[in-house]
Structures are given as structure tokens and as C-alpha cells.
Design a protein around this ligand. Structure first.
Ligand SMILES: C[C@@H]1N[C@@H](c2nc3ccccc3[nH]2)[C@H](O)[C@@H]1O
Length: 450
């Protein structure tokens, strides 16, 4: 065990109300919006297929050219209420907005750099507009902040010279000032989502990452900070050199989920963030240059994440005119229709402790009532949902969440094995079954002698 100054500051899940709210939210909307939306993955007539928010590096565009995009940023059709209403209907309980992405452009009128929304034709504070609109829909707002900053002259990827360390300490002060500004000026912020912290320069300054987290928590008690911010005394990230998670939840799942049988993640808070295309966070003019996930695939990801006790943050990349592209609107509507019927299996639900992984789908369990849900994605040809139960537990009743009066026959066929007989009907959407369970202390089945 190493003695660490900048490692994990506590162990186990936070149990305070702010964290319980963060956890119970379960489903969130990520929004990546910045100057990169203007070119939308295309430059000088060429389409670049790598992530659109990386176009500056993909197309080797110099800072001076890229930064001049700020004089074109004018989302004349931007209406934060429209975005917030869409998000509400989709069923998200929180939203995470890029206040500043790697390009360094700030969506709020920061006093620490001119490279911000105030110096664009649009002028107005987009962060404030979004915080107010989303909060008035009852949706919590978190701030994404990229420590990596391609624009700022004092940013360094590594610290090799005295000059580097002098410049980089100026950068760390700049970034800390910006974060203080965000925490103070938008008091309803519920969390900070740090990105761009993988370079040597940050790994050599673990002290700063802890200091920032502590500063944010002193300005905004209860605020939730992701593991991706932190580096410890030895440059270890997310998990310190003693294997302890840093920050309030694990945020390493970017465009990937843990396997449904990964029993590690269920012991901590975590969040997966997900693109709809294969790898586009910012707006790309060409929607289908890569595989785009269907609403049903995204719903399954949300349920799989919930079943493993994690949050699911689904990304949207608004257009430069301030509207949400139609493909994303349609996906939001489909998911929203599903959530309207089935959100009881998601909100304030999590891992069903001890229940084994099932072929037909996922268990989720309400954290407060203990109510058990079976979310079905794969119906067997037999029409029989076979459930392996827990030792001494059996299922006394099963009913559809959507249609409680449609009977589902339940038959215990052997020890820890129950059959549910689904009605002969076709299902076009995943559905939820509420399972009532009872503890049976008597064991009425004979084990085979082998
Ligand atoms: C949450 C995601 N993280 C950013 C990112 N930057 C990267 C640099 C190198 C490799 C992967 C990256 N993902 C993406 O642009 C997006 O903001």
C-alpha cells in the first residue's frame, strides 16, 4: 500500500442526498456544442470521417484559422426551451453540456479568455440559457470541462523544461479560475464532468486535480465530480496507485459499456457516455458516414447500464444554427415514448443484487422499494421466459408494467427455476414485467445424486 496525498479521499459510494439524486437520475443527455459544429466535419470541400469535434487536428487547421470561426458562431435558431422540452420528453433527468471542449472556445462569457461566446455575433451566455431552460423542466445540469485546451498558449502536453512548468502553472491557474467562475456563477450546477486529462502534464500535477475537486465542493457542497479529473501522486488516473477509485463515480466508459456479467462495476457509482454514430460527439454534416445506433439499441444500452447500477449519458450534437438534427429528434422521441411507459424500471432503479444474468434481458431493482423488474429484449421461440431465481426465493406473481391486468402464468419447475408463460402476442418494443418474489425457507425439490 502506498502512502498517497492525492489519491482517493474516501471509499465506498457517497450516500448524501445530492449523490442519491445523481444516482437516481440514471438517464442523461450529453450535449457537445462549439465552433466545431460550424464546419461539421468538412473542410475545404473534404469530408473527414474522424470525430467532428477533432476536425481542427484531422484537417491540420492552424489556431488562427480555427479560432476565427468564433466570428461566424451565430445560432440564430437556438431556443434553449425547445432543447429542454425535447429532453424532458425523452425522459432524461440530467444534462451535461460542454462549457469548453478541447478547442478552448467557451460557451459562457468567461473573464479569463476572450475566446468565448461574448465575442461572437451571438453574444449571449449559452450556458446560462441552458441551465435556466433545463432546470425549469426539472432537469439537473452538469458542466463538461476539458482541461486539455488547444487554444490557450500556456497549455502543455508534457513538462520538459523550466519554461514549460512556468507556462503550465499559469495554465492551471487559468483553468482553476474558470472552474471557480462556473461554480460561482451558475449555482444550480449539480456536477462537473472533466475530460482531456490524459496527458503527462496533468499526470505530473495530481495535486492540482485534487485541489480543483476540493475547491468545487467547497463552493458547491454536494456537487458530483467524475473520476476522469483525477491523477494521484504517481500519475495514476481514475483509480489511484492503491486501486481505489478517485472522484465520486467512474467515468471511464466512453462509447462502451461493461459486459453484463461484469460484477466489478456494481460496487461503485459509474456512468457510460455514448454517441449515436460510431464516434461523433460534435455535429457532423454527414449523419451516416458511420453506423448509427437505433433507438432500440440505445434503450437496451440504457437498461443494461441501469441493471449494472450505472448512469447512461446519451450524446447529442446540435447544428451551428442552434437546432437539433432531425435524426436525433426522432431517436429522442422513440426513446421518450418507451420511457413514458417503462421509466419505473429505470429511475431510482439499479442492480438487482444476486440475481444471475438472464438470456431474455435484464433485471433492475428499485433502490427504495426493492421492487424487481424484468426488462425483456429477447423472447424465446418457446414463449417461455425461464428465470433462474435466488436460493430460497421464488416468484409468486408476474405482471406487465404496461398492462397489469394481462395475466402471466408463473410455474416453479425446479429448485431456483421458474417459467413465465407469455401471452401469444407479438411485441415490437422491449417490455417490463414486475416480479413479486417470496422467500421460501423449505426446500421441496430433491437434488439429483450424481
Ligand atoms: C467525451 C468525449 N471525450 C473526448 C475525447 N477526446 C479524446 C482524445 C483522444 C482519444 C479519445 C478522446 N475522446 C471526445 O471529444 C468527447 O468529448
Amino acid at each position: 500500500k502506498k502512502l498517497l496525498k492525492y489519491g482517493a479521499q474516501y471509499e465506498g459510494k457517497r450516500t448524501d442526498a445530492a449523490m442519491q439524486k445523481w444516482r437516481s437520475n440514471r438517464f442523461g443527455q450529453f450535449i457537445h456544442w462549439g465552433l466545431y459544429a460550424i464546419p461539421g466535419g468538412e473542410w475545404k470541400g473534404k469530408t473527414y470521417t474522424y470525430a467532428a469535434e477533432f476536425l481542427k487536428s484531422s484537417a491540420h487547421i492552424p489556431n488562427s484559422t480555427w479560432d476565427s470561426l468564433q466570428y461566424q458562431f451565430n445560432p440564430v435558431k437556438f431556443d434553449p426551451k425547445t432543447w429542454a422540452k425535447m429532453a424532458k420528453k425523452m425522459g432524461v433527468k440530467y444534462m451535461t453540456i460542454t462549457t469548453k471542449h478541447h478547442e478552448g472556445f467557451c460557451l459562457w462569457p468567461t473573464q479569463y479568455t476572450k475566446f468565448n461566446i461574448g465575442n461572437t455575433p451571438y453574444k449571449k451566455d449559452i450556458i446560462k440559457a441552458l441551465v435556466d431552460a433545463y432546470n425549469s423542466e426539472g432537469i439537473d445540469v452538469n458542466f463538461y470541462y476539458s482541461v486539455l485546451d488547444w487554444h490557450h498558449p500556456d497549455w502543455r502536453y508534457d513538462i520538459k523544461t523550466k519554461e514549460d512548468s512556468i507556462a503550465f502553472s499559469r495554465y492551471l491557474t487559468f483553468a482553476q479560475n474558470q472552474l471557480k467562475e462556473l461554480a460561482e456563477n451558475y449555482p444550480s450546477v449539480k456536477g462537473f464532468w472533466f475530460d482531456g486529462t490524459w496527458d503527462q502534464s496533468i499526470k505530473k500535477n495530481g495535486w492540482w486535480t485534487l485541489q480543483v475537486e476540493q475547491m468545487l465542493k467547497s463552493i458547491r457542497p454536494g456537487v458530483v465530480v467524475n473520476s476522469r479529473l483525477r491523477a494521484d501522486d504517481y500519475g495514476a488516473r481514475h483509480f489511484d496507485s492503491n486501486g481505489k477509485m478517485m472522484g465520486d463515480y467512474e467515468s471511464g466508459y466512453e462509447r462502451r459499456l461493461p459486459s453484463p456479467t461484469d460484477t466489478q462495476v456494481i460496487h461503485r457509482d459509474w456512468e457510460a457516455c455514448m454517441t449515436i454514430p460510431e464516434n461523433q460527439w460534435g455535429y457532423h454534416k454527414k449523419w451516416d458516414i458511420s453506423y448509427t445506433k437505433t433507438p432500440l439499441e440505445l434503450i437496451e444500452m440504457l437498461v443494461q447500464t441501469t441493471s449494472l447500477g450505472g448512469n447512461f449519458l446519451l450524446n447529442f450534437g446540435p447544428k451551428p444554427d442552434g437546432t437539433i438534427r432531425i435524426e436525433e429528434q426522432q431517436i429522442a422521441e422513440h426513446i421518450g415514448n418507451w420511457m413514458k411507459i417503462n421509466s419505473a424500471a429505470i429511475y431510482n432503479a439499479g442492480h438487482a443484487k444476486g440475481w444471475p444474468r438472464q438470456d431474455w434481458g435484464y433485471f433492475t431493482q428499485n433502490e427504495t422499494t426493492g421492487k424487481l423488474y424484468a426488462v425483456v429484449f429477447n423472447i424465446p421461440i418457446s414463449g417461455i421466459l425461464k428465470i433462474q431465481t435466488l436460493e430460497g426465493i421464488t416468484i409468486s406473481k408476474a405482471s406487465f408494467l404496461e398492462k397489469p391486468d394481462v395475466p402471466i402464468t408463473v410455474k416453479e419447475i425446479a429448485k431456483k427455476q421458474v417459467n413465465l408463460y407469455l401471452p401469444q402476442q407479438s411485441f415490437s418494443e422491449p417490455f417490463v414485467i414486475i416480479l413479486d418474489t417470496i422467500n421460501e425457507n423449505k426446500n421441496k425439490y430433491i437434488d439429483a445424486k450424481t
